[in-house]
Design a protein around this ligand. Structure first.
Ligand code: SF4
Length: 218
């Protein structure tokens, strides 16, 4: 059976060839996502920007630098988490993705979530928030997690919004610091819900034991 890294690579290849919506037409590269194939935390942004489109990697511009700063605050390295977007090709002139584009692309994100099976999904910005918290307002729900059977979803501001409005910085950093406690909580919940192991060997929900894999996209 294929392991998560292989499954994610095959999915990235599919994304690279996708023409299911108009966004591929003006993009330089697809940006399927990158990070650890068994990540406990998965971040979901909106869509690739200028730098992401050029490099084929998520969050590599100024927003990415701020995301790295935030990860550092909670002692997480980028290679240990997985970072993806709602749409995998850049929208022209950084416009918002349109509803039909989000709809066309959502199956890829569904499959990434199924493969990685993270303990915590962190949404960054309105469009990823809308996937898990329909009709909610980010100013009302940021930092307030929602619990599902196998995971928690935590809505956060988009790093670019915080860079544009430094008044959000304190809230963003306080919200971000909730991630470790949510990871611990969900780990506990899964363990208490899981049947006793019948044989030795790693359980699917255990922390990654293999070295981190950064998915190179080209
Ligand atoms: S944005 Fe998504 S649906 Fe649209 S072409 Fe790219 S991969 Fe396909």
């Amino acid at each position: 059976m294929a392991d998560n890294a292989e499954l994610l690579k095959a999915l990235a290849d599919e994304i690279r060839g996708c023409k299911a919506c108009r966004l591929y037409e003006q993009a330089t590269n697809s940006v399927p996502g990158a990070g650890h194939p068994n990540a406990e935390v998965m971040f979901i942004g909106e869509g690739p920007g200028y730098n992401e489109d050029k490099q084929g990697l998520p969050f590599v511009g100024q927003s990415g630098q701020y995301l790295d700063y935030l990860l550092n605050l909670i002692n997480l390295k980028r290679e240990t988490v997985f970072i993806a977007n709602v749409v995998k090709h850049r929208a022209p002139d950084n416009r918002d993705p349109l509803p039909d584009e989000i709809q066309a692309c959502c199956g890829f994100l569904d499959r990434q979530e199924q493969i990685i099976d993270p303990l915590v999904i962190v949404t960054l910005g309105r469009f990823s928030m809308a996937r898990y918290f329909p009709n909610a307002k980010i100013t009302a729900i940021h930092g307030k997690p929602k619990y599902e059977t196998r995971r928690a979803c935590l809505p956060l501001f988009h790093p670019a919004a915080v860079l544009r409005n430094p008044g959000l910085r304190r809230d963003m950093e306080a919200d971000f610091k909730r991630i470790p406690e949510l990871v611990a909580e969900m780990k506990q919940r899964r363990q208490s819900a899981a049947p006793a192991p019948s044989s030795e060997g790693p359980k699917p929900s255990e922390p990654p034991s293999e070295p981190p894999v950064q998915l190179k996209l080209f």
